[in-house]
Design a protein around this ligand. Structure first.
Ligand code: THG
Length: 284
């Protein structure tokens, strides 16, 4: 199963026999005061800078999220998307919980974007799936429904089935769906990591779709978060996740190593190339 996402000049393929696709998460005002203030003032300079920095760090796709409380996302998201498209040719992931903002961004995007996201909630399925079909986009499906986010694999798999069925009924090919299994913080929910690994294996066996994960939730509230995030992304990749939403500069090297071990980097080409690019003093 291959999910294709593109800009006018680049195509990214998410799939089992491909290197893990990394979506850069940094254009997102969550926890970033300076970016939030700039977005409120309509200043997109930081957005451009982050687009460039993440592309240089090896991001395959860049997530664009401008969700600040009190902001008109339907007006700002398309502007941010334009700014990023003018700066880099990396394909984009349009990230908003507001369907009007998603539609406004879909109208200006050039290529085939990944939309982040639809959920198993009725209002989301009814409003977002027709947009995906209309614009020929790919979409991330969050395993969350009107009862919330299921904690166990059984519940998560059930919502994944629902999203796949509803997407196909809306005329969206299965390969254009990427399921996000939604991990909780392991500090608060010790069984969450195991539940997610089981969910990934079951969804792969039962539905065959591509899967993504945001890594940073898992380590919330604990010290040395990077270490936990690294353990999590390696395990998720081994379990069958084919795409990750991460801080690319921090996670890329461990994923290159994981891809190599999993046979997703033939002749170690990507691993060695990244090693060559590293500053001399860091090499061993
Ligand atoms: N799944 C899907 N989409 C998602 C997520 C997911 N989109 C949003 C989020 N999760 C992934 N993106 C982020 C963006 C920022 C942070 C974490 C995840 C973050 N920000 C720092 C903080 O809050 O402290 C600030 C970091 C900094 O300044 O460097 O952690 O799970 N489909």
């Amino acid at each position: 199963m291959e999910t294709k996402v593109s800009s006018p000049s680049k195509e990214v393929i998410i799939g089992d026999n491909q290197p893990t696709v990394l979506i850069g998460e940094r254009i997102n005002p969550t926890g970033k005061k300076k970016l939030a203030e700039a977005l409120k003032a309509g200043d997109l300079e930081i957005v451009r800078k982050e687009a460039l920095a993440q592309t240089q760090a090896g991001a395959d796709i860049i997530d664009v999220n401008v969700g600040v409380f009190g902001i008109d996302e339907a007006a700002l998201l398309p502007k941010a998307v334009q700014a990023v498209m003018e700066t880099v040719d990396t394909p984009l992931c349009l990230d908003s919980s507001n369907p009007d903002a998603l539609e406004a961004a879909l109208k200006v995007y050039k290529g085939k974007p990944l939309v982040n996201s639809v959920t198993g909630e009725e209002h989301s399925l009814k409003r977002v799936l027709p947009l995906i079909e209309k614009y020929g986009a790919a979409v991330i499906g969050l395993v969350q429904d009107d009862d919330g986010i299921p904690k166990d694999a059984e519940g998560k798999v059930r919502v994944a089935h629902k999203i796949v069925e509803r997407a196909e009924a809306a005329g969206i090919p299965r390969e254009d769906l990427v399921i996000d299994c939604l991990a909780f913080a392991v500090g608060a929910e010790p069984a969450s990591g195991v539940a997610v690994m089981e969910t990934i294996r079951r969804i792969k066996a039962e539905l065959g779709v591509n899967m993504t994960m945001g890594a940073s939730n898992v380590s919330f509230g604990l010290p040395d978060r990077e270490l936990i995030n690294n353990a999590f992304v390696v395990m998720a990749t081994a379990a069958g996740a084919t795409c990750l939403i991460v801080d690319v500069a921090k996670v890329r090297s461990i994923i290159l190593a994981a891809d190599l071990v999993l046979g997703r980097d033939k002749r170690a080409r990507r691993y060695i190339e990244a090693y060559r690019q590293r500053p001399k003093q860091e090499k061993q």
